[in-house]
Write a protein that binds this ligand. Structure first.
Ligand code: ATR
Length: 262
């Protein structure tokens, strides 16, 4: 039986096991997927078990998306550019880090037919997932991207990779068509201390968070007559891409699949 897992800290909230185990069953693949709470010092051992094929594939989440990189043999071009890895697999005798968050975000935006070309995008947060969102927006033809973060230095660091983005001081809200919450604020129903009351309506508010279903960021945007979307489809599509890399099978994304994430 093949073995897969997602590593993170915390990891309790992860819906990846539920989704992958559902797809294994549907596709009659003899495999299991579990979540593993890992400490920093346990990372080398985890990579080693992949090397020995004791494990067949790994998803990586907060806070290891960057810190796992030195233990890998090579990166996909997307993982290299974003310095962010969420999927590991053994190719030949090498452990390769992939980034399927990029495709996850891109497919989620395409799924709802939102065209980012000639649109102004504003990203809140400079954590693990932000470079992937910037990469995906650029892929889709968005040329006007601003980024803010409470800790400005982290935003400046991302600008070293994506030189044409604009950095906004925390509290400054630039003109935008789409704003994306890429922080962890909202997971526990907290509020971002940013004021969107003057940004008008008919904008698009996107939250990477999907649990809770509607963060306060999305709730209040909806009250002000804006379009909203949570990160559920992004989560689904990144998992879909990881599954395809490991199993060379693209499972179905249908109503039943979306339903199990509720
Ligand atoms: P990491 O920072 O380890 O990459 P992450 O979950 O990927 O972890 O990112 C957390 C993001 O949420 C960061 O952008 C963080 O901002 P800081 O870099 O300033 O810490 C942001 N964040 C977390 N709590 C926040 C808060 N109370 N207000 C604003 N931003 C917050």
């Amino acid at each position: 039986m093949k073995k897969f897992c997602v590593i993170g800290n915390p990891i309790d909230h992860s819906l990846s096991p539920k989704l992958h185990n559902f797809w294994f069953k549907k596709n009659k693949i003899n495999a299991t997927y579990e979540k593993k709470l890992l400490k920093d010092e346990e990372i080398p051992e985890l990579v080693d078990s992949l090397r020995k094929t004791e494990i067949n594939g790994v998803n990586v989440t907060v806070p290891f998306k960057n810190s796992i990189i030195p233990f890998l043999d090579d990166l996909s071009p997307e993982a290299k550019k974003t310095y962010s890895v969420n999927t590991l697999l053994k190719e030949g005798d090498k452990i390769i880090g992939h980034n399927t968050d990029i495709a996850g975000f891109e497919l989620a935006i395409r799924y709802i037919n939102y065209d980012v070309k000639r649109k102004k995008a504003f990203i809140i947060g400079a954590g693990g997932v932000s470079p992937s969102i910037i990469f995906a927006l650029k892929n889709m033809g968005c040329e006007d991207i601003s980024l803010t973060n409470r800790n400005l230095e982290k935003a400046e660091k991302i600008k070293e990779t994506f030189k044409d983005i604009t950095i906004e001081k925390w509290g400054n809200i630039p003109e935008f068509d789409i704003v994306i919450n890429a922080t962890s604020v909202g997971l526990k129903n907290e509020n971002l201390n940013l004021d969107f009351n003057k940004t008008g309506n008919n904008k698009f508010f996107y939250d990477v968070i999907y649990n809770p279903n509607e963060t306060n960021f999305l709730k209040s945007a909806k009250q002000r007559q804006n379009k909203i979307e949570n990160g559920k489809m992004m989560f689904l599509y990144q998992a879909h891409q990881s599954f395809a890399l490991w199993n060379k099978v693209l499972p179905k994304i249908d109503k039943e699949t979306i339903e199990i994430l509720k």
